[in-house]
Write a protein that binds this ligand. Structure first.
Ligand code: IMP
Ligand code: MG
Length: 174
C-alpha cells in the first residue's frame, strides 16, 4: 500500500494550538471534560489537551462503525462507555475525522440525554463531500477532499496510526 504526505507535523501542531487557544477562551473560568473517541482520536486528543489552559478532565468512549473497510456501515456501536457521569459538565467530544457524520451525530444524541452543561464537538478533519448527516463542528482542524487519510492516530486496517503526520492512501492494493 502506498501513502502520500498530506499535512505535515508542524502544520498540525500549529492548528491544534489554535484550537486549544479557542477552547481556552470559550470556557474561561470553567472546567472541561474532553471525551476522545477511540481509537482514532487518541493522538489529536493528547496534543489538544496540552494546548488547553484550563482544568481538563479526560474520559474515553470507544465506538465501532467501520471494521477494516473504508466504508461506513452506518451502524455505530459504543464498545466502551464513559467511566463517569457528565451531568452538569462542559463536555468536548473529540473526533479524528467526521466523514458521513453518522458517528458524531449518534454520539451527540446519546451524550445529550446525560444532561451535560454544554456539549461541543472538536474534530481534526472533516470530509464535507461525504456528508450524510450534517454535523456542526465547533472546533475543526482541517477540511479535506474525499480521500482516505491515515496517520496522527488514523488507521487503515489498524496500520499507520503512529505516523507523526497526515497522509493519503493512494493505492489500496496489498
Ligand atoms: P463517519 O461516521 O462516517 O463520520 O465516520 C467516522 C469514523 O470513520 C471516523 O471516526 C474514523 O474512525 C473513520 N474514518 C472515516 N474516514 C476516514 C479516513 O479517511 N481515514 C481513517 N478513518 C476514517
Ligand atoms: Mg474514529
Amino acid at each position: 500500500m502506498a501513502i502520500e504526505p498530506l499535512i505535515d507535523a508542524g502544520t498540525i501542531a500549529r492548528r491544534v494550538a489554535e484550537l486549544g487557544e479557542a477552547i481556552t477562551r470559550d470556557f474561561e473560568g470553567h472546567d472541561v471534560i474532553i471525551v476522545p473517541v477511540l481509537k482514532g482520536s487518541y493522538v489529536f486528543a493528547a496534543d489538544l489537551a496540552r494546548q488547553i489552559d484550563l482544568d481538563v478532565g479526560v474520559d474515553f468512549l470507544a465506538v465501532r462503525s467501520y471494521g477494516d473497510s473504508q466504508e461506513s456501515s452506518g451502524v455505530v456501536q459504543i464498545t466502551s462507555d464513559l467511566s463517569h457521569p457528565i451531568e452538569g459538565k462542559h463536555v468536548i467530544l473529540v473526533e479524528d475525522i467526521v466523514d458521513t457524520g453518522l458517528t458524531v451525530s449518534y454520539l451527540r444524541q446519546n451524550l445529550v440525554t446525560r444532561h451535560p452543561a454544554s456539549l461541543k464537538i472538536a474534530a481534526l478533519l472533516h470530509k464535507p463531500s461525504r456528508t450524510r448527516v450534517p454535523v456542526d463542528i465547533d472546533y475543526l482542524g482541517f477540511t479535506v477532499e474525499d480521500v482516505f487519510i491515515v496517520g496522527y492516530g488514523l488507521d487503515h486496517a489498524q496500520k499507520f496510526r503512529n505516523l507523526p503526520y497526515l497522509a493519503v492512501v493512494t493505492d489500496d492494493d496489498p
